[in-house]
Design a protein around this ligand. Structure first.
Ligand SMILES: NC(=O)C1=CN([C@@H]2O[C@H](COP(=O)(O)OP(=O)(O)OC[C@H]3O[C@@H](n4cnc5c(N)ncnc54)[C@H](OP(=O)(O)O)[C@@H]3O)[C@@H](O)[C@H]2O)C=CC1
Ligand SMILES: O=C1OC[C@@H](O)[C@H](O)[C@H]1O
Length: 419
């Protein structure tokens, strides 16, 4: 009962958060490039709770749209073009929730304008863009360097930290990452279904690959198989709307990914966004007198990694078998120990720092970004540039294995890189 009450209270607070934070004198002024659907949830709502963040400007291709967006969200400045916003010297940082195919160009332009950048996932269209962006001379190790973060928000929520705490990474035998979005969510003209905007299910739900990389704490060695479902003409035939695949990881373990942007409701109900891990069998006890050994297989699942702030569950299941040594078939005893855990605050995972039960992953992500910009240590959770490059490499490997073209590389280059 108390957990039902907790769920209701948390979700009530998510939709009507208690108390907007008064802003600090040195608050960072953020601009948003594009009046995108995700911006209110991913940045505007968490910013309201952050004393050091002001959403100060928005730019959209259509001024009326930008004005309506600004009015709705009490944003002071409206710009007619994304570049005009970047030219404003009072803006410290930008959020880029543009279609994937425009991330690279506008992130580079923003960095060139000396803005910090929160860049929506997937940060780039492919590895070529990833290397050019994250190894850009505009990013240096000096304190004056702008900060660039790929918005893999789920990594910042305490539930993900809790999940990782249950794993014994070198001994993972198998992992599965599933992300299935119902077909009713996006219309066929959505940015996700356009090849020239770097659409595709493996791009949009690339969380599955990010999750597998996070679980193994390593990069996939090879894609063993990847199969996709593609649209047929007159829709964009270069776009995958669903996929599944198998990966080999350096410890010998296998990773499986399942993703869809066109899933039926029944499928989604059974499995929406879940990360599952099966460890290798481990001997936990030996009784030499009886000639017996006890082995354990640990299975861990994080249910709802994508929206963990609303609800999640970390199921830890330990399967024990006591058996005769040297005769695996002869089972003496079998039992299972199960535990369900949850983590909504930093305290729940033993990390110091302010946090609230109702904070979504986006708020934790924003905190990390602000800490980094302000030169503070923060919680230590971060998505590094190298991490983002490796993520792009894995997505490329997936498209290659599926026999599909890589998402198109932007022709935009910085003046310094044109030579
Ligand atoms: N972190 C998360 O949880 C989520 C992340 N995302 C990511 O955010 C990004 C945006 O997604 P979403 O908000 O759903 O998308 P929207 O279609 O709502 O927003 C995309 C924005 O891009 C701008 N735009 C610029 N050029 C084009 C173009 N040629 N065609 C279409 N739009 C264009 C539009 O801005 P304008 O206002 O100027 O017209 C539009 O507002 C994607 O990269 C997606 O992967 C999406 C959802 C969740
Ligand atoms: O979190 C998400 O869920 C739905 C997707 O289509 C979206 O782009 C993604 O970031």
């Amino acid at each position: 009962m108390s957990s039902v009450f907790g769920f209701l209270q948390r979700n009530w607070n998510i939709f009507s958060p208690p108390g907007a934070a008064p802003k600090a004198k040195d608050a960072l002024r953020f601009g948003i490039l594009g009046a995108a659907k995700i911006a209110p949830m991913a940045l505007i709502a968490p910013a309201a709770l952050h004393p050091e963040v002001i959403i100060a400007a928005v730019a959209a291709r259509d001024r009326k749209k930008a004005e309506a967006f600004a009015k709705k969200h009490s944003i002071e400045k409206v710009f007619d073009t994304y570049q005009d916003l970047l030219n404003d010297p009072t803006i410290d940082a930008v959020y880029i929730p543009l279609p994937n195919g425009l991330h690279f160009e506008w992130a580079l332009k923003a960095l060139a304008a000396k803005k910090h950048v929160l860049l929506e996932k997937p940060s780039v269209s492919n590895l070529t863009e990833g290397q050019l962006l994250f190894h850009s001379p505009l990013l240096t190790n000096s304190p004056s360097s702008p900060v660039l973060l790929e918005a893999f928000h789920y990594r910042f929520h305490p539930s993900w930290i809790l999940f990782l705490q249950q794993l014994d990474q070198p001994n993972i035998a198998h992992a599965t990452a599933t992300m299935q979005i119902p077909s009713v969510i996006f219309t066929k003209d959505d940015i996700r279904f356009k090849y020239n905007l770097s659409g595709g299910a493996m791009m949009d739900t690339a969380y599955t690959m990010s999750v597998l990389r996070g679980i193994f704490g390593a990069e996939a060695v090879a894609a063993e198989e990847v199969s996709v479902k593609k649209f047929e003409a007159p829709l964009d035939t270069l776009v995958d709307y669903a996929y599944s695949g198998k990966w080999k990881f350096p410890n010998g373990g296998t990773g499986e990914m399942v993703g869809s942007l066109q899933a039926g409701m029944g499928t989604v109900w059974k499995k929406f966004c879940v990360a599952e891990v099966v460890h290798k069998e481990q001997v936990v006890d030996t009784n030499t007198e009886k000639g017996e050994e006890t082995v354990k297989v640990r299975k861990v699942a994080l249910v709802n990694f994508i929206a963990a702030g609303a609800y999640h569950r970390v199921d830890v299941v330990d399967e024990f078998v006591t058996r005769k040594v040297g005769d695996k078939g002869k089972v003496v005893k079998k039992w299972v120990e199960k535990e369900t855990k949850k983590a909504y605050t930093l305290k729940d995972v033993g990390i110091e720092g302010e946090s609230k039960e109702f904070w979504l992953s986006y708020k934790y992500q924003l905190d990390a970004l602000v800490d980094r910009i302000k030169g503070r240590e923060g919680t230590g959770v971060w998505v590094s540039g190298e991490d983002s490059v490796n993520q792009a490499r894995m997505v490329d490997m997936a498209y290659e294995k599926a026999g599909m073209p890589l998402r198109p590389t932007s022709e935009y280059r910085l003046e310094v890189e044109r030579g």
